[in-house]
Design a binder for this molecule. Structure first.
Ligand code: ARG
Length: 461
C-alpha cells in the first residue's frame, strides 16, 4: 500500500488517488459548514457506544473531550481543513486521532459516513429551519402591525391589474400574511419529517454491534430513529420537501415584491420605502430604485431551480447510498442562505413601508371602483342582477364620455339610467360606504380587518 492512499479507506488500493479526482470528489469545501452537527452527532454516538459497552467509559471521555477541543479550534479558525481528507467527517475524525491517538479510530465503530452524513444534514436543516421560522414570524408580525394601523386606509383593489373594487390597505396586507401563515405551517410540517434519526443504519444494512438507537436519538433531540436502514442512508426527500416549502415562500415574497415595485413607481405612487432599502442610479439622478423587492423577486428563480435540481438528483438513484447524494448540499445550503436573506430583508423593511394614503384614495376614486356597489344597490331595490349590471354599464360608459366617476355624477344624471335611484345612492357610491358594506368574516370592512389583525396576532403567539 502506498502511503499516499487515503488512510480511512485506502487498504485495498494499490495507488494513490489522482490529484484531480481527489479534488473533484471532495466535499469539504462546502460540507464543513456542518462541523457543529458532525461533532454533536459523534459525541452522541460515542456516548451511546459507551452506554452499551462497546467503548469503555475512559475511551468515551477521551473521544468527547478531543471532539470538544476540535470544536473550539474550528470556531476560532485554528483548524486545518484538508482537501485530501475529502469531507467534514474524515477531517474531524483524522484530527481526533492525531489528538488522542488510537482511541480516536474507535469512534467510527458501528457507523458509516453514509448514516453520519444523513444525520448531519438533518441536524443542520433542523437548526436552520428554526432560524428561518423565526425570521418568517418576525415578517408576519410586521405585516400584521402595519395592517392594524391601516384598517381604514382605502386603496383600489385589482383583478387583472385593473381597478376592481375599493379595499383597505390593511386587508391587502393581511392577504400577504395569510400566504405566509400557510408557509409557516408547511415549514413546521416539513420539520417533523426532517427530525428523524438515520444514525444506526451504518453503510446500508445496519450494524452488528449492540447499538441502542433510542439513546442517540434522544441525545440529539430527534423525535425518534428511522425505520429502515436502506431508506435512511439514501433518500433526500426531506431536503426536496424543504426546497419546495422554500420555493412557495419565495413565490409569495416574489408576488409581494412585484406589488411593491409597482406601488413605488410614479404611475401608482401608493407607498414609499425608506431610502436605506433603495438605491440610486449612477446616470439618472432622480432615480430611487426598489432594489430589495426586485432582488428578492429575482432570487425566487434560483430557489425554484434548486428544487428542480434536487428532484433530478434523486430521481434515478437505486437503493441505497450513492455518491450522487453529495450533490444535495450546495443547493440545500444556497436555498437556506437566500431564503433567510430574503426573509430578513423583508422583515426589516416591511414595518417601514409608508402608505401614501391620499394617492391611494385618489386612485380608488378613479376607475369606477364602486360600480358593483351601484349594481348591488339596484338589486336591493328589486332589479334583477343582470339588468342592474347593464344599467351600471351604461352609466360607466356615460362617465367615461364625460370624465366623471359615479360618485361625481349628480342625482339627476344618475336617474337617467334608472328611476330606482334616489338620494341614498351616495351612501354606497362613497369609498367608505363601499368598503364598510363588506362587513362579514373575511371581508374588507375596517371593523373586520381590525378583528382579523387581532386574530392573526393571537395565532402568531
Ligand atoms: N461526502 C459524502 C456525502 O456528502 C459523505 C458520505 C460518503 N460516503 C461514501 N461511502 N463515499 O455524501
Amino acid at each position: 500500500m502506498s502511503d499516499q492512499t487515503n488512510s480511512a479507506w485506502g487498504g485495498r488500493f494499490a495507488e494513490a488517488t489522482h490529484q484531480f479526482v481527489a479534488e473533484f470528489t471532495a466535499s469539504v469545501g462546502f460540507d464543513r459548514r456542518m462541523y457543529r452537527q458532525d461533532i454533536q452527532g459523534s459525541i452522541a454516538h460515542a456516548t451511546m457506544l459507551a452506554a452499551v459497552g462497546v467503548l469503555s467509559e475512559t475511551e468515551k471521555q477521551q473521544i468527547v473531550s478531543g471532539l470538544q477541543e476540535i470544536l473550539v479550534e474550528i470556531e476560532e479558525g485554528r483548524f486545518n481543513w484538508r482537501v485530501e481528507l475529502e469531507d467534514v467527517h474524515m477531517n474531524i475524525e483524522s484530527a481526533l486521532t492525531e489528538k488522542i491517538g488510537l482511541v480516536g479510530k474507535k469512534l467510527h465503530t458501528g457507523r458509516s459516513r453514509n448514516d453520519q452524513v444523513a444525520t448531519d444534514i438533518r441536524l443542520y436543516l433542523r437548526d436552520q429551519t428554526d432560524v428561518i421560522a423565526a425570521e418568517l414570524k418576525r415578517l408576519q408580525s410586521g405585516l400584521i402591525e402595519l395592517a392594524a394601523s391601516n384598517t381604514d386606509t382605502i386603496m383600489p383593489g385589482f383583478t387583472h391589474l385593473q381597478t376592481a373594487q375599493p379595499v383597505t390597505f390593511g386587508h391587502h396586507l393581511l392577504a400577504w400574511n395569510e400566504m405566509l401563515q400557510r408557509d409557516s405551517e408547511r415549514l413546521q410540517d416539513c420539520r417533523k419529517r426532517v427530525n428523524i434519526m438515520p444514525l444506526g443504519a451504518a453503510a446500508l444494512a445496519g450494524t452488528t454491534y449492540p447499538i441502542d438507537r433510542a439513546i442517540t436519538a434522544e441525545l440529539l433531540g430527534f423525535d425518534g430513529p428511522s425505520e429502515n436502514s436502506l431508506d435512511s442512508v439514501s433518500d433526500r426527500d426531506f431536503a426536496i420537501e424543504f426546497a419546495s416549502v422554500a420555493s412557495l415562500i419565495m413565490m409569495h415574497l416574489s408576488r409581494m415584491s412585484e406589488e411593491l415595485v409597482l406601488w413605488t413607481s410614479a404611475q401608482f405612487d401608493f407607498v414609499s420605502l425608506p431610502d436605506r432599502f433603495c438605491t440610486g442610479s449612477s446616470i439618472m439622478p432622480q432615480k430611487k430604485n426598489p432594489d430589495v423587492p426586485e432582488l428578492v423577486r429575482g432570487k425566487s428563480g434560483r430557489i425554484f431551480g434548486h428544487l428542480v435540481g434536487l428532484l433530478t438528483l434523486m430521481k434515478s438513484q437505486p437503493l441505497a447510498y450513492n455518491k450522487d447524494n453529495q450533490e444535495d448540499k450546495e443547493p440545500l445550503f444556497d436555498t437556506i442562505d437566500h431564503l433567510w436573506g430574503s426573509l430578513h430583508a423583508f422583515a426589516e423593511m416591511v414595518p417601514h413601508i409608508s402608505p401614501k394614503k391620499e394617492k391611494m384614495r385618489e386612485a380608488a376614486l378613479r376607475g369606477f371602483s364602486t360600480a358593483t356597489d351601484l349594481a348591488d344597490y339596484l338589486v336591493k331595490k328589486g332589479m334583477p342582477f343582470r339588468d342592474a349590471h347593464e344599467v351600471v354599464g351604461k352609466s360607466v360608459a356615460y362617465g367615461i364620455e364625460t370624465g366623471k366617476d359615479l360618485g361625481q355624477m349628480s342625482l339627476t344624471e344618475l336617474q337617467r339610467f334608472s328611476d330606482l335611484i334616489i338620494e341614498d345612492v351616495f351612501d354606497v357610491l362613497t369609498l367608505e360606504g363601499s368598503v364598510g358594506a363588506r362587513d362579514h368574516l373575511g371581508g374588507t370592512a375596517p371593523t373586520q380587518v381590525a378583528a382579523a389583525a387581532e386574530r392573526a396576532r393571537k395565532r402568531l403567539e
